[in-house]
Design a protein around this ligand. Sequence first.
Ligand SMILES: *Cc1c(COP(=O)(O)O)cnc(C)c1O
Length: 471
Amino acid sequence: MPDAATDVRALLHRVADEAGDWFAALPDRPVGPEHGQEDLAIAATLPEHPTAAHDVIADLVAEASPGLPAMGSPRYFGFVVGGAQPAGVAADWLVSAWDQNTGLVALTPGLTAVEAIAGRWILDVLRLPADASFAFVTGCQMAHVTALAAARHRVLSDAGHDVERDGLAGAPPIRVLAGGERHVTVDRALRFLGIGSAALVPLEVDERGAMRADALRAALDDGDGRPTIVAAQVGNVNTGAIDPVAEICDAAHAAGAWVHVDGAFGLWAAASPTHRHLVAGVEQADSWATDAHKWLNVPYDSGIAVVRDASAHRAAMSVTAAYLVQPQDGAREPLDWTPEFSRRARGVPVYATLRALGRSGVADLVDRLCACAARFAERLPEVEGFAVLAHEVNQVLVRVDDDAVTAATLAGVQADGTCWPTGTTWRGGTCIRLSVSNWQTTPEDVDRSIDALARAAREARAHTAAPGVGV
Ligand SMILES: *Cc1c(COP(=O)(O)O)cnc(C)c1O
């Protein structure tokens, strides 16, 4: 037998070097992956016999690396992808090494204590009610499921139906009012919860893609007393648009409806004194879903559900069994709030990141990324052919000439590797999305990226204008 302790130490040191190299290369390496999945040579035959861990790791690095984009690059602007900050990465490694099942206080008092504090800090920085309940889940998708399960409990319980006991059979149908440009994860959460995507009534949005308060009021008036959940959005994935949450909460609450907020990234505006006016009133909602792996830049997977009515949240999620030792002092049991049972301590990297940044560091992170997005929005229109269709918080939506030139510009800039935006279709037109979501992004990164976009556009136009090249 090898000396197991020495072996593990050497293995982890090796991985630390590997990870250090990865971080060091991020600012300069091409942002896109070198190869697509079809060109990778990853060992695909299950070995018959054991392989030394060192060899497994060395081969894994060699085989998978060509397919890795620099998602943590300061010039990765695709989707809404945050880059991991050092304190969070280091804490995440410890979470794996400590390997604590964080479902119960009796299992790991150390890490349930850290998570309980991390949750209170989240309520604090996002300025949500201090006595709201929370759950650390895998991402905003599962935060929706968790929070909307609490919403489902409350609206059905108010209608005299016990959904946890009886399921949805015999329950009055719930309707969900949401903007026409809500995120698809809301619909999927409704499917998971048995509410069904057809229960969703899409409401008219304004020119930025935010829900229209007058459309909501009309829909609420039209409800026949049906149990109603309003799903507001703080941060449209294309435009960054923020629904008028104060008006939404007033109207919905007057009608007895529950207000859930999809604040995957936009809710973080509340952490900044300069930007919190953008989400004014969001604290009046009943539940919130957000991500720590986006704007807070904690490693994947890290989402957070927050619910004002802790009893509804607990009723929807809690579980008891004789062998589950309950804490004597009424301490918070993670599994009473999460859809998972056994789980990793995903709140710990959140704790470490918040502790490293402090209140001012979180505000500064929000302000810096908004400033970089604003720089894109200011400067891109100076480049021939570019139009900024929308810009709010950290999102910028861009178009070059027409669909064909926009698509060719996107393909060109991705191939160039200086930066990595992604595409979308908005209001029927092809667009380029720039999501500034990385703690390392500087104004210089924005300028370099604008140069790369301008270059790609020039080449795209020359190409699409060439005789004989059709669209
Ligand atoms: C990213 C995103 C989601 C989904 O979050 P995951 O963390 O990927 O589950 C939901 N809503 C909005 C607005 C988002 O940007």
